[in-house]
Write a protein that binds this ligand. Structure first.
Ligand code: G3I
Length: 362
């Protein structure tokens, strides 16, 4: 499929200002002067997996070199903190939070409520009262511990049904079964009460393509946030996980309309788990890397052209460590190439795209 001019520009590293300067026949973007001030840099970051963080010094160094923001990939999940019902184990989270703080990195917390990554005892909760008590106590304890340190929380993760057109908006989880849709309100209300300064985000996936179910997911996300706001419950943003399928096209118009609606609600947008699922692309590494960079460029260009995200976070940094390889295995068994650094931690074309936003050049 021939790349559109915008995609070619993206891949070539041209910025919006470069294009405007060229169109005006100016020698460089600098000649545009302050009238078209450079866009604000968008902080870039990555999820950090504790096992890899402990085992691979190159991984730690990459987090230091490339990231403004760090999010513990698994260590703030119930599965990690609450494996024993009677106590909270913050060892992994404290290690990553401490690393981020010592190195001046901002922190995102993931996730106060999710229907997955739960310890067995939580899956066995059986009454409304038990679920509400455990949920409130968990959020109170976790948010209080990191109050003023973790600036942004994925308060709820993946509460929207995979295809809301099939039987209703909310995903079937233990929280939904015991508390109904109110589980979302309880989570946001509790987090806001404990840390009124934290930014509180609804985080979910599959907002990017043009299927009817995807458009409905965008609508449901907005509706949930609108209901929270109507009840005076603080919500600050929508997190787009953005696990992009390289073989599918983006719904640029749908994405831009989503950004307009997010703005009308006074919400921020965050890109929270960006990576590229390349399992259907040709084997050649260069081809895959260029296609992934172009897809990320088109996606971010669509978003940023309407609303600048508060942060752009990838779900890992190096192809050496990614969930994609096992979850979306390639028929040719070639290693997935979903992230901005290759398996030897060398930057790929995707990192150049991300770096333009990080430096306020796009
Ligand atoms: O920590 C235990 C370890 O003690 C044990 O020996 C090992 C083997 O059982 O499991 C380890 O826990 C694993 C954990 O990752 C840490 O490596 C869990 O089994 C495993 O299920 C967990 O997978 C994570 C998954 O979320 C579920 O929590 C992935 O690393 C993580 O990339 C993935 O991330 C999710 C986001 O949270 C939400 N969006 C989708 C994204 C991809 O699935």
């Amino acid at each position: 499929m021939p790349l559109r001019k915008r995609d070619r520009d993206n891949a070539a590293g041209l910025t919006r200002r470069d294009a405007l300067a060229a169109a005006a026949g100016l020698a460089s973007a600098a000649a545009l002067g302050p009238a078209l001030a450079a866009p604000a840099p968008i902080p870039f970051g990555s999820a950090a997996q504790i096992e890899t963080f402990r085992a691979d010094p190159r991984y730690r160094q990459a987090l230091l070199t490339y990231c403004d923001v760090i999010v513990p990939m698994n260590d703030l999940k119930w599965e990690a903190i609450r494996h024993d019902r009677s106590r909270f184990d913050f060892s992994g989270a404290d290690e990553l939070v401490g690393f981020a703080e010592r190195n001046g990195k901002a922190l995102r917390g993931h996730a106060l409520l999710w229907g997955e990554a739960l310890p067995p005892w939580a899956r066995e909760m059986s009454t409304r009262a038990e679920a509400e008590r455990e949920l409130v106590e968990h959020i109170e304890t976790v948010v209080d511990r990191y109050k003023g340190r973790i600036a942004t929380w994925d308060v709820v993760n993946e509460v929207i049904k995979f295809d809301p057109l099939e039987g209703g908006p909310m995903r079937d989880t233990i929280w939904q079964r015991l508390l109904g849709p109110e589980h979302v309100e309880i989570a946001f209300r509790t987090a806001a009460r404990v840390d009124p300064k934290a930014r509180l985000v609804l985080n979910d996936f599959n907002f990017e393509e043009g299927w009817p179910g995807t458009a409905e997911r965008r609508r449901v996300a907005l509706d949930i946030c609108r209901r929270l706001k109507d009840k005076g419950i603080p919500v600050h943003g929508i997190g787009m996980q953005a696990h992009l399928y390289a073989e599918n096209s983006l719904d640029i118009d749908g994405l831009q309309a989503f950004m307009v609606e997010i703005g009308k609600l006074g919400l921020d947008v965050e890109i929270t788990e960006l990576d590229v699922i390349d399992w259907k692309l040709p084997a050649d590494a260069g081809t895959r890397d260029r296609a992934a960079a172009s897809l990320v460029g088109s996606f971010l260009n669509a978003i940023v052209s309407v609303r600048r995200p508060k942060a752009i976070v990838t779900w890992g940094l190096s192809d050496r460590y990614s969930w994609i390889h096992d979850t979306f295995p390639r028929k040719d068994k070639a290693k997935a190439r979903p992230l901005p650094l290759d398996a030897d931690f060398k930057p790929k074309p995707m990192m150049a795209v991300l770096d333009r936003y990080r430096r306020g050049r796009a």
